[in-house]
Ligand binder design. Structure first.
Ligand code: SF4
Length: 199
């Protein structure tokens, strides 16, 4: 069939109209049943979008260990059930064959990655944190103030800070996790503590 530009636009408009009506709820029974079946047996839980500092919440429907549905959380005072296009794509973070699920380690100077277990990785990370903290911990420092006559006065004061490690929090951390993470960092003496929401 040969289509003129005008008839092509008419047909396209009709197609878009049908799609819009379907989204408004004028669906065929088959379409509606498909949507219902997709999440009927799924277990719902809430999560926080990991992408930006807005911290929008979402309801995730999981069936057989796989995410089958995602929608904005109506109870969230931040996003009130809405999700931006990036937030709607977080399903792809989980349902993604390229998702990293194992610890990979590349030794200094090496070109290849080696798989490690968490039993190997966690003590190694803890060792690096401890060694870095010990090597960069500043117990005291000299400060300069002025005396009453305007002359410099040097004084040794307690510093107790670790200058070799920084901590960066992310939007996916909730209030309690942020509290624990910042307490842990301060216990180590960290002063460079930042959060994605402030950057
Ligand atoms: S849904 Fe969009 S606006 Fe909300 S946290 Fe995720 S990326 Fe940010």
């Amino acid at each position: 069939m040969e289509l003129s530009r005008r008839s092509f636009l008419k047909l396209s408009g009709a197609g878009i109209g049908v799609a819009a009506l379907a989204q408004l709820g004028f669906t065929t029974p088959a379409y509606a049943a498909d949507v219902e079946l997709r999440i009927r047996e799924a277990k719902e839980s809430t999560t926080v979008c990991p992408y930006c500092s807005m911290g929008c919440s979402a309801i995730v429907s999981v069936q057989d260990g796989k995410i089958v549905g995602l929608e904005g959380l109506p109870d969230s005072p931040i996003n009130r059930a809405s999700l931006c296009s990036k937030g709607q794509s977080i399903i792809q973070v989980a349902n993604n064959e390229r998702r990293l699920k194992k610890v990979l380690y590349r030794a200094p100077g090496a070109t290849d990655w080696e798989e490690k277990t968490w039993e190997e990785a966690i003590p190694a990370i803890a060792r690096l944190i401890k060694d870095t903290r010990d090597a960069t911990f500043v117990e005291t420092e000299e400060i300069t103030t002025k005396d009453a006559t305007g002359n410099d006065v040097k004084t040794e004061v307690t510093a107790n800070r670790c200058e070799g490690i920084a901590q960066l929090g992310g939007a996916a951390l909730d209030n309690e996790e942020c509290y624990l993470a910042s307490k842990f960092a301060r216990a180590l003496g960290l002063v460079y503590i930042e959060h994605q929401a402030r950057i």
